[in-house]
Design a protein around this ligand. Sequence first.
Ligand code: SAM
Length: 383
Amino acid sequence: MTANCFSGYKDLIKEGDLTLIWVSRDNIKPVRMQSEEIFNTRYGSFPHKDIIGKPYGSQIAIRTKGSNKFAFIHVLQPTPELWTLSLPHRTQIVYTPDSSYIMQRLNCSPHSRVIEAGTGSGSFSHAFARSVGHLFSFEFHQVRYEQALEEFKEHGLIDDNVTITHRDVCQDGFVIKKGDTTSYEFINGESAALLNANVVFLDLPAPWDAIPHLDSVIATDEKVGLCCFSPCIEQVDKTLEILGKHGWTDVEMVEIQGRQYESRRQMIRSLDDALERLRDIKKHKIQGVERRKRMFNNTVDSSDEKIEKRSEEGIPLTEKAKFNPFGKGSRIKEGDDNYKWKEVTKVETEIKSHTSYLTFAFKVINKSRSDEKVNEVLQSMNK
Ligand code: SAM
């Protein structure tokens, strides 16, 4: 039995552990610790034996080749969030800003039994696996299915709470039967798995073909939440039509726009500064026209030309450049006490969040209330 290396916390790094090595913000490498191996970076080499035994989160330093400087790495315990940033991409993936929002909207908890299609690179599968009761993931691409199965086994997800099935869900639906290519283990003469899902996540090009197959595998006596992750509004449109036809209600579409704001100070410029700048531009324009006239009449010599050029470019001829708040000048350090500043925020554009439209919908198949069932659910939630 392989322990799930994404759940629970460990103190020390052990032989055989999957670690995530943080080299830089956009370079995190999954590495399994093996005492005879070496982790090579362009800054130098880090023998695994120097990492094993250290606490998770440690900074490991080495002297860089041919210099007296140090190179650092940080060795971290795997989490679904870090895995999303470091996993081998086999497809487009769902990033944490989306997955966390979706799980929150669908009330994911240890009570949840989730259907996910397709598995893709398994980014969202790892996030689901940490929070939910059971995840049934479906993938129709043979190689991707095999790679995900292998990876989920290595990470202990299959032994814990994940089932993966090789299936075209649009054509063949979600029922898992004996004889199917699946990691599901049938017990006691069971011929089909009981999915009884109360959460559905579809990251497929044609979710409208999969939605009609859901009724036979979702819970009938509780509210089932569904989310479709689609990059185009035309896909959303088609999905909405089919959701309506199949009795899904409370439909809402959301788009997550991940933004990181950087706090900065911006210099306050006065109207006088602007007027001075306009006068400057005008002066340089006139000087330029005169210079060209003289050049045309061949009356400008080379030293004249140099002086004119400096002045035209706004470079003072003698004293050190005076700061011009609108143009080129000597650089002023942000926050310099000699100038007035205001606090501003700047948007950082390079944030990884694959923007798609998230269509949420809900369905209750059996609308009659069973107090016995309500108590059962409440008790399972209190566990
Ligand atoms: N959500 C995944 C993640 O976070 O890594 C990425 C999913 S990827 C964008 C979509 C996957 O759906 C692909 O791997 C594709 O092979 C699979 N797929 C497409 N149509 C399918 C179908 N009808 N049945 C099952 N899987 C399908």
